[in-house]
Design a binder for this molecule. Structure first.
Ligand code: MN
Ligand code: MN
Length: 457
């Protein structure tokens, strides 16, 4: 509110810098529509910047750069600092999963001349938003012989797309009388896969034809889809949004905008300036509670720190890891609800996040009485304010909507369980969790600058 729009603070050269940065971001976003693809692209960037996979490393010393990858869906990267690991790290943590529709284990069926794909939605979605839009398929099919087929359909110009049909307005009298939460059901979020029968008079001939296409393309049988992970996501690239090109429209800003900027920050950090070991962790499964082997609650991260402690020569790596975690400072890098001029009523305007004002800090998230929140310590928050102001970062502070309006959480509390200082810091988003989300280019850029400053603070 009392903060100035970041665009107004930039000179022409800085504006060009923002535009250039957002090109790299759009590219990452367009090519990272699943957590696996995000990890693959993150790995390529890490390799290019001289980070080594931990498997290639025998010993580690100050200034070294390395990364761990967990099950292709979770990555953490480190720059070893000049201080002992036990004195704590500077951690940036973001998630790389986004709300979407997953194909079921037995997905393909035929009905009234159509082959359809049954889905189960992942994360919080407003179901009506996913009908009548172009959708793509990304993922893997794992065969019994151990081979893995990568699926990618619907992104290149000459690829077919899939989609979910909706009723014509002319016959929607009953549907339109339903509340938004009921009008489209989860079980009805099925994608159209085809309409040509393979043979005449054969039952399920349209389905058979779709299976034939999959067999030809990926050498898989219907049963192989049981051990598959195929995500149905919006098709197409992210684009500039607004006549002034100030924003980016795309799928998955939550939370790949923070993932990309966090990753870029560690990639661009000058190793000579790293006092406390820098860390960037990108996790999966945030949208369904940070559970499972690749989520933030997994022991993967703790184990990685212990391995790091061992490589650094600790006699008691597990204990060293605990102490290192306890003494760390973290930014839980996740998006915030941007103030939407069409729906001002859900926010307290003096505690809302605005597009264009820069990186946003949330002391707490949560629902109702801050339930599920990591309410960060004000002592730590003062350190953050100092760090941001000294680096001349454009920043703002906010909470997620009006009290009792709803709420949400991030991974902050999970790392907070290690007794480290954590605060939420991210990018304001419009249309959060919709197939097309919106961010401001300056907020993406200022998040990157804020993360850069934090890593060497
Ligand atoms: Mn998020
Ligand atoms: Mn989310």
């Amino acid at each position: 509110m009392y903060r100035k729009n970041a665009w107004l603070k930039y000179n022409q050269k800085q504006r060009e810098e923002v535009m250039k940065f957002s090109e790299g971001y759009k590219d990452f976003l367009s090519n990272s529509k699943t957590e696996r693809l995000a990890v693959k692209n993150a790995k390529a960037l890490l390799d290019k910047a001289g980070f080594k996979s931990v498997e290639e490393v025998k010993t580690v010393k100050s200034g070294d750069k390395l990364y761990f990858i967990n099950k292709n869906k979770n990555v953490c990267a480190f720059i070893i600092g000049s201080e002992p690991l036990e004195n704590g790290m500077r951690i940036l943590g973001a998630h790389i999963d986004s709300p979407r529709l997953d194909l079921k284990e037995n997905p393909i069926y035929e009905k009234n001349g159509f082959a359809l794909g049954d889905t189960h939605y992942y994360g919080g979605v407003k179901k009506y938003q996913w009908t009548t839009i172009p959708l793509a398929l990304h993922g893997v099919i794992c065969k019994k012989d151990g081979s893995v087929k990568e699926v990618n359909i619907g992104e290149s110009e000459d690829d077919p797309i899939v989609g979910i049909t909706d009723l014509l307005i002319h016959l929607s009298a009953d549907q339109m009388a339903q509340p938004l939460s009921k009008a489209i059901t989860g079980e009805n979020l099925d994608i159209s896969l085809g309409s040509i029968p393979l043979n005449e008079n054969e039952k399920n001939a349209v389905k058979d034809n779709v299976l034939r296409i999959l067999k030809e393309k990926y050498d898989v049988e219907e049963e192989d889809l049981i051990s598959a992970e195929i995500e149905v996501v919006p098709a197409g690239k992210s684009r500039d949004y607004g006549l002034d090109r100030s924003m980016v429209a795309g799928y998955g800003h939550d939370d790949r905008s923070c993932a990309y900027t966090s990753l870029k920050a560690i990639l661009d950090t000058d190793t000579k300036k790293v006092k406390y070991t820098s860390c960037c962790i990108l996790v999966d499964k945030e949208e369904i509670g940070s559970v499972g082997a690749t989520g933030a609650q997994s022991l993967f991260f703790e184990n990685a720190i212990a391995k790091l402690a061992e490589l650094l020569g600790s006699k008691n790596p597990l204990f060293s890891a605990r102490i290192a975690l306890e003494n760390s400072k973290m930014l839980s890098s996740d998006v915030s609800a941007g103030f939407d001029p069409l729906y001002p009523q859900v926010n307290d305007p003096k505690n809302a996040a605005y597009l264009g004002l820069g990186i946003v800090f949330n002391k707490y998230t949560g629902s109702r009485g801050k339930s599920g929140s990591n309410d960060s310590n004000p002592e730590y928050y003062s350190f953050i304010r100092k760090t941001m102001d000294e680096a001349n970062v454009n920043w703002q502070n906010a909470e997620l909507g009006k009290v009792d309006q709803g709420g949400g959480g991030t991974i902050a509390y999970i790392l907070g369980n290690y007794n480290m200082n954590v605060i939420d810091a991210g990018i304001p988003v419009l249309n959060m969790h919709a197939p097309m989300e919106i961010v401001s280019k300056v907020d993406v850029y200022e998040a990157y600058r804020g993360y850069l400053a934090f890593l060497v603070a």
